[in-house]
Design a protein around this ligand. Structure first.
Ligand code: NAG
Length: 253
């Protein structure tokens, strides 16, 4: 009987502390299905179940972080509560993973990965793509963007429903002067967001989820301090447009 109960425990509760680098703190529950591009990545890894976020950029492509590559991944689209079987959900396995060829797991440089789905999604009100930025576009510091995810909502609380929080894009210096990030923050390929003064919106979205500015996926949740406090570092999507387009054009196996 105990084994049976154990299996019913939501995946998130089984995660060891630090299993993800992401959590939404100081945010709120999203209006259900208001972000139809959001993808929930359910991963079975050698270290146990883990989750990541991602976002739909083509009918059979999800963009996420390269540090989410480990394990066997199932993608759930059209979800609000990932622990319920909602009619809107489309659960699709991953046919092929394309981590960026120059992803560096020490520096988290080039932390992005395309997942080719085993079949295209069925477009619906609840499942659709988000536009990518123009190559080289730079989001001005002070812009208010948002990030969403199914990660923890505090150090100890998990959630099943999608949460979101607004984040201000910061000057590169805000991330560069953080000693834990100095080695790793590279302005040409990374973005800095989350005002360190605003404890309330301190956050980190689920790894791999999008930083959305003006309806466009400008960033990918990548890394930050272990306690989840702002600022956080995002992969700068506009620096990778040629690689993303080229990879999505590759013929299917
Ligand atoms: C990865 O990043 C680390 C830390 O910045 C650096 O020492 C190392 O040379 C990089 N590896 C590659 C293959 O570029």
């Amino acid at each position: 009987m105990q084994v049976y109960v154990w299996l019913l425990v939501p995946t998130a509760l089984l995660l060891p502390p630090g299993a993800w680098s992401g959590e939404i703190i100081g945010g709120r529950v999203t209006k259900p299905h208001s972000r139809p591009y959001m993808a929930f990545l359910k991963r079975q890894t050698s270290r146990g179940p883990m989750i990541c976020g991602g976002f739909l950029v083509g009918k059979d492509f999800v963009l996420t972080a390269a540090h989410c590559a480990e394990g066997t991944t199932t993608v759930i689209l059209g979800a609000h509560n990932v622990h319920q079987r909602e009619k809107t959900q489309q659960k699709i396995s991953v046919q092929r993973k394309f981590p960026h060829p120059r992803y560096n797991e020490t520096s988290f440089e080039n932390d992005l990965m395309l997942l080719q789905l085993a079949k295209p999604v069925k477009p619906s009100e609840e499942v659709g793509t988000i536009p990518l930025p123009q190559a080289g576009h730079v989001v001005e510091p002070g812009s208010v963007c948002s990030v969403a995810g199914w990660g923890k909502i505090s150090r100890y609380a998990t959630t099943n429903v999608l949460h979101e929080v607004e984040l201000e894009v910061m000057e590169d210096g805000t991330c560069q002067k953080n000693w834990k990030m100095r080695r790793h923050y590279k302005p040409s390929v990374m973005m800095c967001a989350g005002d360190p003064e605003k404890k309330k919106s301190s956050f980190s979205g689920d790894s791999g989820g999008p930083l959305v500015c003006d309806g466009t996926a400008q960033g990918i949740v990548s890394f930050g301090k272990g306690d989840g406090s702002p600022p956080r570092v995002f992969t700068r999507v506009s620096a990778y447009i040629p690689w993303i387009r080229k990879t999505m054009r590759k013929p299917r196996d």
